[in-house]
Design a protein around this ligand. Structure first.
Ligand SMILES: [Zn+2]
Length: 440
C-alpha cells in the first residue's frame, strides 16, 4: 500500500543520506561504510599524485595530510555507524573495522613507499599513526563523553550522580536552590525520557515554593531555571505535549502559587545548559579526568598490542614502544631517505635476506660469506663495505649498534647515506646524485 503525504507518494528506499551519514534500513551502518570506502579510495589514490620517490612531498608532510584530511573523512560520524559487538552488530563491526584497516594500510604504504610485505602494524609505529580500531574506540569514547557532559544533557549527570544514592536504574530530577533542594526519582530509563525528568524537576521546584511561603505582605519573585525548552513550552501550552500526568500536576501547583494567598510570583526561564550550577562544574572536571585517563589507557593498549604482535618484529627490536619521537627522525629528510629509513627499520628492503624470504633471490647469504645480508650485517659488520663505512658512517665516531644507528637522530642521515652509497638498494640508485649535490 503506497504512503501518500499531501498528494505525494513516498517511496521506500534502502538508505538515505542525512547530514553526510547514510542511514540504512537496519541502522547497521553498512551502507555508510561502503560509500565512505569508495569516496576515500579516490583520496588515497590522490596521494600518489603528490608523491614521488626522490621528489615530492616529504614523508612527515604526507603523514600530516593523512591525519588532518583523510582520517577525518574516514572516521566521519563513526560514533553512529561503528557499533561494537552485541545485539547482532558483530557483522557490521567487522565490516567497518576491515574497511578502515584496509584503507589505512593502503594509505600508509603509499606515504612510506614501503614494500607490500611490510606489516601494517610496523608502518603504524614507524609513522606514528594509531591502529584504526584504536582510533575508532577513542572517537566513540570521546563522543560518549561529549554527550554525557553536554550542557543540554547535563540532566544525565544528575541521573548518574543520584542513581547510586536513590535509584537503582532510572531517570530522575534534581533541584538546587537557596531555600531547599530535592530529588525525585521519575522511573526507569526504558520508560521515561530526560524530558520527563526536566518536568519533574520543575514540579519539584514548585513544591519547594509551596512549602516555604515567604513572610510579609510583599510578593517575592521565584525563578525556575531549566535548560529544556520543550519542558517550558509544555508548561505554557499543555494541550498536546507528552508527559501529561506531570504537566497536570505542574499546572495545579502553578495555580496554587498564583492564588491571592501566595506570596510567590513564579517565572520559568530557559538557560543554555545548567551553567553556573555546581553539578555542571563537577561534570566538566570528570570529563577532563576521563580524557586524560583515556589517553593513558589507549597508549598502553597500543604498546601491549605492539609488544605481542605477530609481525613487524624486526622493527620491534629497534622501536619497543610506539612514540611520537619517531617522526623527528624524518624531519628534514627527503622522501627517498625516509623510505630507506623505513625499509631498514622494518627489515623489508632490497637486501638479500628479505629478497630470499620472498623467493626473489636463492640465498640470503652476503657475498662476503660471513652471514646473511640483512640491515645489521651491511650497516656494521660486512667487510666488503669497510672503507665506505669508515669514510662516511664512522667518519667521526664508531657506533656498532645498528639499532642506535636507525633510531637516534644524530645517526639516521649518515646511516641512510651509507646504505645508498653501497648501491645495494637498487630501487634508490637514481637518488645517489642527490647525496653528492647535498655534500657540495
Ligand atoms: Zn657481507
Amino acid at each position: 500500500m503506497p504512503l501518500i503525504i499531501k498528494g505525494v507518494e513516498i517511496k521506500p528506499v534502502d538508505s538515505i543520506k542525512y547530514l553526510g551519514f547514510y542511514l540504512d534500513t537496519y541502522l547497521s551502518g553498512e551502507v555508510h561504510v561502503q560509500e565512505m570506502r569508495e569516496k576515500v579510495a579516490k583520496l588515497v589514490a590522490g596521494l600518489s599524485s603528490i608523491t614521488g620517490l626522490t621528489w615530492g612531498t616529504p614523508l612527515v608532510h604526507l603523514r600530516k595530510i593523512y591525519m588532518a584530511v583523510l582520517q577525518p573523512q574516514i572516521m566521519y560520524t563513526c560514533s553512529t555507524w561503528y557499533i561494537q559487538g552485541r545485539k547482532g552488530f558483530t557483522g557490521a563491526q567487522r565490516v567497518a573495522e576491515q574497511a578502515i584497516q584496509s584503507i589505512q594500510d593502503q594509505a600508509l604504504h603509499r606515504i612510506s613507499d614501503a614494500f607490500k610485505r611490510t606489516s601494517q602494524q610496523a608502518l603504524e609505529v614507524c609513522l606514528h599513526v594509531p591502529p584504526a580500531e584504536l582510533t575508532l574506540a577513542k572517537l566513540a569514547e570521546e563522543a560518549c563523553l561529549r554527550i554525557m557532559t553536554s550542557p543540554l544533557r547535563s540532566t544525565l549527570y544528575y541521573i548518574l550522580l543520584y542513581r547510586r544514592k536513590w535509584l537503582d536504574n532510572g531517570i530522575g530530577a534534581a533541584v538546587y536552590s537557596s531555600i531547599g533542594q530535592a530529588y525525585k526519582p521519575v522511573g526507569s530509563s526504558d520508560t521515561h525520557t530526560v524530558y520527563a525528568g526536566e518536568l519533574e524537576g520543575i514540579d519539584a521546584a514548585l513544591e519547594i515554593l509551596l512549602q516555604s511561603q515567604p513572610r510579609g505582605d510583599n510578593p517575592h519573585e521565584a525563578t525556575i531555571y531549566t535548560d529544556n525548552q520543550a519542558a517550558i513550552r509544555a508548561t505554557c501550552q499543555p494541550g498536546r505535549s507528552s508527559g501529561q500526568y506531570i504537566i497536570r500536576r505542574i499546572v495545579r501547583h502553578l495555580g496554587l502559587l498564583r492564588d491571592n494567598r501566595s506570596r510567590w510570583r513564579v517565572r520559568l526561564q530557559w538557560v543554555p545548559g545548567h551553567e553556573g550550577v555546581p553539578g555542571n562544574k563537577k561534570a566538566d572536571q570528570l570529563a577532563k579526568l576521563a580524557a586524560v585517563e583515556a589517553t593513558r589507557r589507549f597508549a598502553k593498549w597500543w604498546k601491549d598490542q605492539w609488544e605481542y604482535a605477530k609481525h613487524g618484529r624486526h622493527l620491534y627490536r629497534i622501536i619497543k614502544e610506539p612514540t611520537k619521537t619517531v617522526l623527528q627522525l624524518h624531519e628534514g629528510l627527503q622522501r627517498a631517505w625516509s623510505s630507506v629509513l623505513i625499509q631498514l627499520q622494518t627489515g623489508k628492503s632490497a637486501l638479500r635476506s628479505f629478497l630470499a624470504s620472498v623467493r626473489i633471490e636463492d640465498s640470503p647469504q652476503c657475498q662476503c660469506g660471513l652471514g646473511d645480508q640483512d640491515t645489521a650485517h651491511v650497516l656494521v659488520r660486512c667487510p666488503i663495505h669497510i672503507n665506505l663505512r669508515l669514510k662516511t658512517l664512522w667518519k667521526e665516531a664508531r657506533e656498532t649498534d645498528y639499532r642506535k644507528l636507525l633510531s637516534e637522530p644524530q645517526w639516521v642521515q649518515q646511516s641512510i647515506d651509507f646504505m645508498m652509497w653501497t648501491g645495494l638498494l637498487t630501487q634508490f640508485r637514481h637518488a645517489i646524485p642527490l647525496i653528492i649535490t647535498r655534500s657540495q
